[in-house]
Every structure is written in C-alpha cells, then in structure tokens.
Design a protein around this ligand. Structure first.
Ligand SMILES: C[S@@+](CC[C@H](N)C(=O)[O-])C[C@H]1O[C@@H](n2cnc3c(N)ncnc32)[C@H](O)[C@@H]1O
Length: 218
C-alpha cells in the first residue's frame, strides 16, 4: 500500500471507504472526548470524509492529513471552501477558515507543522495501514499530537477470510500499540454496517485518554 496505490484509488474513484454521511460512530461517541467549544480535532488520513463538515458545524477547528491532493480538492469543494495553498517543506498546507489539511505523507507531518490539537478522530486510518506500518503510524501519531485524546474506530475479522485494506486490528494490537501512552477503553463493538459491510466483520470504537490525565467518571 504505497502512495501510488492510494492515488490510483482516488483517480479511479474506487473509494468504497468513503461514506456519504458523517460517521455514526463519531456522532454517537464524540461527546466522550469531553471537548470544550472551539476545540481543534485532528483527522489523520482524512480523505474527503464528511466528518470534517460535521465537526466544523459543531464549532470545532479541524486539521487533516491526506496523501491525495485530488481528495483534498474534492473535500474543500464539497464544503464550499476555497483553500489557500502554501508549501510546507515536503507537504502542502491547504487552509480555509477553521480547516487546515496537510497534503502529503503523514510521516512528514511533525508536531510544529500540525500545531496543537485537542483530540484525534481516527476512522479508517490505522486500519488502512499494513503491519509494520501501523506500529510506525501509532508512534508517529502519539508524537505529532503530544498524545492528544483519541477516538479510534477499528475493524475485527478473520484475516484468512478477506484481504485488507481495511485490515483487522483487534483489541490486543490496539493495546500493544497505544497502552504505553493511553488508557484504552472500549466504547462500542458491533457488526459492521458501513461500506465494508461484509458478514463477520465487527467494528469497534475506542476512547484513549493520555496516561497522566485525570480520570473522569462517566
Ligand atoms: C481508507 S481511506 C480513509 C479516508 C477517511 N479517513 C474516511 O474515513 O473516509 C485512507 C486514506 O488515507 C490516505 N493515505 C494513505 N496513506 C497515507 C499517508 N502515508 N499519508 C497521508 N494519507 C495517506 C489515502 O489516500 C486515503 O484517502
């Protein structure tokens, strides 16, 4: 799954992962992040997800990272926003109002360019990556966001039954990747009903709060 794989997907319109609506798991669990009005939320590997518009409509600022300039152009167009585009080292920075998208390889996006974020929403980012890239990605995400609280959506299925992406990332792997930085709590686990839609696929949502942050009772 190199950059060409994803660019070809966008160019050919093979984007079965893209939903026409805001992700129901984000809608159901966003409040669990306990964010203040105006909070800044990071969407790694954001594509042109409708979740961006949903968060902007909730007064959040949004930062994204995405390889495909075509996806990002469509994102801004669908939001009715005209981006200012500037070079940012190996990346491009597309911004308008409360939205900034860093266009290029997420591994080139450091903490300074990303800026402070209050939370991360990972939908179809971790699960889009093969092993061992997932390990590199998880460590990079923790560093780039200074371990900002995270909502993570994942999939579980028998790896012999189908090929990724999306890849199955079960609880044990999520904990192995993130338990050093976060307390990991399961919020939901159910049969998948989104585009992946295959029998025997479970989707799960995880709340990850940085170790050291006060524990709140819910
Ligand atoms: C499965 S899609 C998910 C998109 C979006 N999160 C959603 O829910 O619709 C994965 C996205 O990650 C992008 N991508 C893959 N590798 C990347 C990388 N190294 N850096 C930035 N974006 C990447 C792809 O272009 C693709 O749009």
């Amino acid at each position: 799954m190199d950059a060409e794989f994803w660019r070809r997907k966008w160019e050919s319109g093979s984007i079965g992962f893209h939903r026409a609506d805001p992700n129901p798991m984000l809608v159901r669990h966003f409040a669990a992040l306990g964010l203040a009005p105006g909070a800044r939320v990071f969407l790694p590997l954001c594509g042109k997800t409708r979740d961006v518009g949903w968060l902007l409509a909730r007064d959040c600022a949004v930062a994204g990272a995405e390889l495909s300039a075509l996806a990002v152009a469509e994102l801004f167009e669908e939001l009715g926003l005209a981006p200012r585009v500037t070079r940012e080292g190996p990346l491009e920075r597309w911004e308008a109002e409360r939205l900034v998208v860093h266009v290029g390889d997420i591994f080139d996006l450091g903490r300074a360019a990303l800026g402070a974020v209050d939370a991360t929403w990972d939908r179809a980012a971790l699960v889009a990556l093969p092993e061992p890239t997932r390990r590199r990605y998880a460590a990079h995400l923790v560093a780039a966001t200074a371990a900002a609280p995270q909502l993570l959506a994942s999939y579980e299925y028998d790896p012999d039954a189908r090929t990724g992406p999306p890849f199955p990332v079960p609880e044990a792997e999520i904990r192995a990747l993130y338990a050093g930085a976060y307390r990991v709590v399961s919020l939901e686990r159910r049969l998948a009903d989104d585009a992946i839609g295959a029998a025997g696929v479970t989707e799960s949502v995880w709340l990850m709060t940085p170790r050291g942050a006060p524990v709140t009772s819910r």
